[in-house]
Design a protein around this ligand. Structure first.
Ligand code: NAD
Length: 257
């Protein structure tokens, strides 16, 4: 445990099933926080306690009714979050002029609308209960730069950073701190799929894309999910109490702005 202050705090993780979100869950469990893990991949229809201080629930973050039901259940069970970590996201790979409009809409619905809905309802709950909470978005370096073949995703991550900065201004008076992490290239199921699909449109194998990825990172390696979870932990901790509206790169030096 690094931060005794986080013991028994309620941490809501949206997009908790695999990849970065799974590491975030494990990281806060080590801090002995009460973790509420939500994901479209979980089966539990209602908020379910599956272990001491661990709760699970199915949630499609793009569905407003589901987000409202989640916040109602959190309130009923006296589990108003101290920390929201919004991780859930999807990506599609295609060149903009060749891409499908339905893919564009799908990515905006999950990434942009999802981040809007979670921050809207969960932050309102924090305000109602006078929580000096933390909201942490997992955006991306794609929220700061363009990437070939990733127009829908890049647009959505720029939007997430816009939501982050605006919400930070609006709830600063409540001492709710709102920040984002911008990961670079992180080894997760999403990244592995992107290498296959990105390789296909560029005439490269997934292995060649991996080698290209590695060569682009000044620190010489791609990121682990724990690299990202560590910075999220910092943003939830007392050490970051004078930070809000920030977008922190976790990219091994790949993005510096
Ligand atoms: N892997 C990377 O290189 C990388 C880089 C920068 C940013 N990110 C961002 O980090 C976040 C996590 O990515 P990852 O690489 O771990 O991806 P992943 O696909 O491995 O995990 C994403 C998780 O989100 C969940 N999810 C998807 N749609 C959902 C929905 N509608 N409602 C609820 N949950 C949903 C999935 O079930 C999954 O558990 C994403 O927002 C992604 O854009 C990833």
């Amino acid at each position: 445990m690094y931060f005794p202050e986080l013991k028994e705090k309620v941490v809501l993780v949206i997009g908790a099933f695999q990849g970065i979100g799974k590491s975030v869950v494990e990281t806060f469990q080590k801090e002995e926080a009460s973790v509420i893990a939500c994901d479209i991949a979980f089966e539990e229809v209602k908020l379910t306690k599956t272990a001491t201080d661990f709760y699970k629930m199915h949630l499609d973050i793009s569905q407003e009714e589901e987000v409202i039901q989640l916040t109602q259940q959190l309130e009923e069970k006296h589990l108003v979050p101290d920390v929201l970590v919004h991780v859930a996201g999807i990506s599609t790979v295609d060149f903009l002029t060749e891409s499908r409009t339905t893919d564009f809409d799908k990515v905006q619905t999950v990434n942009t609308r999802g981040a809007y809905l979670s921050s809207k309802y969960v932050t309102a709950l924090m305000q109602t209960h006078n929580k000096n909470g933390r909201v942490i978005f997992v955006a991306s370096q794609a929220g700061k730069n363009g990437y070939k073949g990733m127009s829908a995703y890049v647009a959505s991550k720029h939007a997430v950073l816009g939501l982050c900065k605006t919400l930070a201004l609006e709830v600063a008076q409540n001492n709710i701190l709102v920040n984002a992490v911008c990961p670079g290239i992180v080894e997760t199921p999403m990244k592995h799929r992107e290498r296959v699909e990105g390789g296909e449109i560029r005439g490269m194998s997934a292995q060649e894309v991996l080698e290209e990825d590695q060569s682009q990172v000044p620190l010489g390696r791609t990121g682990t999910t724990q690299d990202v979870a560590n910075v999220i932990l910092f943003l939830a901790s007392p050490l970051s109490s004078y930070m809000t509206g920030q977008a922190i790169n976790v990219t091994g030096g790949m993005t510096m702005n």
